[in-house]
Design a protein around this ligand. Structure first.
Ligand SMILES: C[S@@+](CC[C@H](N)C(=O)[O-])C[C@H]1O[C@@H](n2cnc3c(N)ncnc32)[C@H](O)[C@@H]1O
Length: 243
């Protein structure tokens, strides 16, 4: 017997009890879904593109890890149009996300490579100047987050930066409750209560969130010494981590 489908909005549905995955249906509808799910998503992409100007020169390399449909690389490439040669490596475990990325970035003029791979299975990275981890960390287990950041720390060129956007837990339970309710109110602008509940249930075992203090500890443990918050909206946090 076929399991009943639960709607998540934006033409995305999963079978009852199914865990959230970045499957073809999600990839196809990702650009629409992400702006309704992540507060200030478009603004965050622009802020990252603004910051990128401090780290990119002729022939710089950018790693976009967990790139999805490569909106961040797209904004960075547009922002740095005056630089003749930039090399982007867009990595994601979803083939469909990378197909959409290819179509999007084809319109721009820099060099783009695409790698379909589980990031946990890549042993070392080549040298690069700017690394992007936008909304990827929630989907990695804690030990894998540390392993990834260590690899980035080793391979970033001196003077380079890692830009992270993360969904976090509050350090205080009182603010966790307030911030979660505010986030819930934000989503009600786009989704029904049932759709919000369906997605929350499907994410139960696939998201592992850190607190801000845990993230700062993670940066230290991976060998980074200097970091700053560049964005904060309740439980969403953007970090610039300097090499
Ligand atoms: C929330 S999306 C990232 C959003 C994207 N960075 C942006 O700015 O629009 C998370 C992405 O990470 C990818 N992902 C999750 N786990 C991964 C892994 N272990 N290796 C590679 N990609 C992964 C998913 O396929 C998905 O496309």
């Amino acid at each position: 017997m076929k399991k009943e489908k639960n709607s998540f909005g934006n033409n995305i549905s999963f079978a009852q009890g199914e865990t959230w995955r970045f499957n073809n249906e999600v990839a196809k509808n990702f650009d629409q879904h992400v702006v309704s799910s992540i507060p200030h998503y478009n603004a965050i992409q622009k802020y990252i593109a603004n910051i990128s100007e401090w780290f990119l020169t002729e022939n710089s390399t950018i790693y976009d890890i967990g790139c999805s449909t490569s909106n961040t690389s797209y904004e960075i490439s547009k922002k740095n149009e005056k630089i003749k040669k930039l090399n982007f490596l867009c990595i994601d475990s979803s083939k469909q996300m990378l197909e959409i990325s290819k179509k999007k970035l084809k319109l721009l003029k820099h060099n783009y490579k695409f790698l379909k791979k589980d990031i946990n299975k890549i042993k070392t990275f080549n040298k690069h100047d700017l690394c992007l981890c936008v909304l990827l960390l929630p989907f990695l287990k804690n030990q894998k987050k540390l392993a990834l950041l260590k690899k980035i720390q080793k391979s970033l060129n001196s003077g380079g930066a890692l830009l992270i956007v993360d969904k976090i837990h509050s350090d205080l339970s009182i603010s966790e409750n307030i911030f979660n309710q505010i986030y819930h109110d934000f989503k009600l602008n786009f989704f029904s209560k049932t759709q919000i509940w369906n997605k929350a249930k499907s994410l139960r075992s696939s998201m592992k969130l850190n607190t801000n203090s845990q993230n700062l500890e993670l940066f230290k443990k991976s060998g980074f010494k200097r970091y700053e918050v560049f964005f904060r909206w309740f439980n969403f946090c953007g970090y610039i981590v300097f090499k």
